[in-house]
Design a protein around this ligand. Structure first.
Ligand code: GLN
Length: 487
């Protein structure tokens, strides 16, 4: 069975499977599953097969090929690819064909990965359930009446349903980790600055990061090595060398210190989630890690702080969509002001409009000091909480989400309830830290439960090592939802 990135690359490198056959295989898997889960916005078989043939010819001729040569993948619909429509699941970007590639796309192309399709998401990455897509509702492969999480819901559902071994998502407040947790896959949010954001359509620029969704930590290590690194086109990308994550993957976690924040295990967390994460902690202890209680005292302020900072930045970033520069323009607009107003009213969904209004409000004169500036100060305190904790521990373990996947429609009328589901993920973005969500159990109703591992800045290799050690000792990450069928 070819499912993981590692299995796939081994099969490609040993010529058990060609790049063309790989693309054909994922297209078949998509055909079997996507009418049930709606993870993809589009695929491009002809283009992918042509690329595959080029790679196969190179291999036959003994030419050198990249580390992901022939690997079929899919990307979230907010990464710019030259001459390929990029909508961010928004009507306002219908018809927007970027004239350039994002750095991450460039790196994946150069590594020989074959991008076969683009994945559904919450509009402009705003959401926790993929219910805010203007185009379709992605379903959780474990229960198609439930949300896959968001905003990278398409990316997580696709990997969970074994459509693609690797998808690319983004995480501004949890959008890689939360859907990974709810769909039972592995999702890595790198340190802010580890991966270039050039060509990523911005939601909240000081929080956004690109990362991989895969079936296990080993695959995440392979993918991160390819996409990470300094980029002169992104002034916030870090000029720090990229370690060989694979070489650091194996080995003892004996003696590693793991912090468990007491504020994360309070009322509101589902009993099954609580007990699965506690059991996982025991497991890590059995593998030699030392578990200690820590405190992150400003946790209660994280949601409020995040939704002020994120919406403020969003209101500024989304000001560029005016019906003129990008994508769709409203018709029957007698004046220039009408072009702006009508294009935005018709082009943006309700949640995006809500956030633009909120963000504009917190940045407006008179409220700036009371909300935005205060939020920035609390952001510093939240970062300091982590700095203090990491003086004592090597990693922090928390649940990824307080509950398992909720029903489609359950929280759409109550945005605040939706925002609260991000309680365990947003602090990490405010502090710029790396985090990974890995499967650590199932509820009685067979819904995946995710555990989140957090690390010091640029300590992805510690997280990957811990996650890998846990996955070597458990099998939650190997479980497949029935929707995959027998392939
Ligand atoms: N759910 C959060 C939000 O709606 C996080 C989104 C994300 O990480 N892109 O803002």
């Amino acid at each position: 069975m070819t499912e993981t990135v590692k299995q796939w690359l081994d099969a490609l490198n040993s010529k058990q499977i060609s790049a063309r056959e790989s693309v054909e295989l994922v297209l078949k898997r998509v055909e079997i599953t996507d009418d049930k889960i709606d993870a993809l916005l589009n695929t491009r078989p002809q283009q992918a097969l042509a690329l595959a043939d080029e790679i196969d010819t190179k291999r036959t001729n003994g030419e050198s090929v990249g580390p992901l040569a022939g690997l079929p993948i899919a990307v979230k619909d907010l990464l710019c690819e030259k001459d390929i429509e990029c909508t961010c699941a928004s009507k306002i970007l219908k018809g927007y064909f970027p004239p350039y590639n994002a750095t991450v796309i460039e790196k994946l192309n150069n590594a020989g990965a074959i991008i076969v399709g683009r994945l559904n998401m919450d509009e402009f990455a705003m959401g926790s359930s993929t219910e805010n897509s203007a185009f379709k509702q992605t379903k959780n492969p474990w229960d198609i009446e439930r949300i896959p999480g968001g905003s990278s819901g398409g990316s997580a559902a696709s990997v969970a349903a074994r459509q693609f071994p690797l998808t690319i998502g983004t995480d501004t407040g949890g959008s890689i980790r939360q859907p990974a947790g709810l769909c039972g896959v592995t999702g890595l949010k790198p340190t802010y600055g580890r991966v270039s954001r050039y060509g990523l359509v911005a939601y909240a620029s000081s929080l956004d990061q690109i990362g991989p969704l895969t079936l296990n930590a080993e695959d995440a290590a392979i993918a991160l090595k390819v996409i990470a690194g300094h980029d002169s086109k992104d002034s916030t990308s870090a000029d720090i060398s990229v370690p060989d994550y694979m070489a650091n993957l194996e080995g003892e976690i004996n003696g590693m210190k793991i912090g468990v924040p007491k504020e994360y295990f309070k009322a509101g967390i589902d009993a099954e989630v609580n007990s699965a994460v506690k059991t996982a902690l025991e497991h890590l202890q059995n593998l030699g890690a030392e578990v200690v209680e820590i405190s992150l005292p400003h946790t209660d302020y994280a949601i409020a702080t995040y939704y002020i900072v994120a919406t403020a930045e969003a209101s500024s970033n989304l000001a560029r969509y005016d019906g003129i520069h990008y994508g769709a323009r409203a018709k029957n607009t007698p004046s220039l002001a009408d072009v702006y107003k009508k294009s935005r009213r018709e082009g943006f969904g309700d949640e995006v409009i809500r956030r633009i209004i909120l963000g504009t409000y917190v940045l407006s004169s008179g409220y700036y000091d009371a909300y935005y500036l205060k939020a920035l100060k609390v952001r510093t305190l939240i970062k300091q909480d982590f700095d203090n904790a990491f003086e004592k521990v090597d990693a922090i373990v928390t649940p990824t989400s307080p509950t398992t996947a909720f029903k489609i429609g359950e929280k759409t009328d109550d945005p605040l309830q939706m925002y609260l589901s991000d309680i365990f993920t947003v602090s990490v973005n405010l502090a710029g830290l790396p985090g990974i969500s890995i499967p650590c159990g199932f509820s009685k109703t067979n819904l995946p439960i995710g555990m989140q591992l957090l690390g010091k800045p640029f300590a992805e290799k510690t997280l990957l090592k811990l996650a890998n050690a846990y996955q070597k000792a458990t099998d939650f990450h190997t479980k497949r939802p029935a929707v995959c069928g027998i392939q």
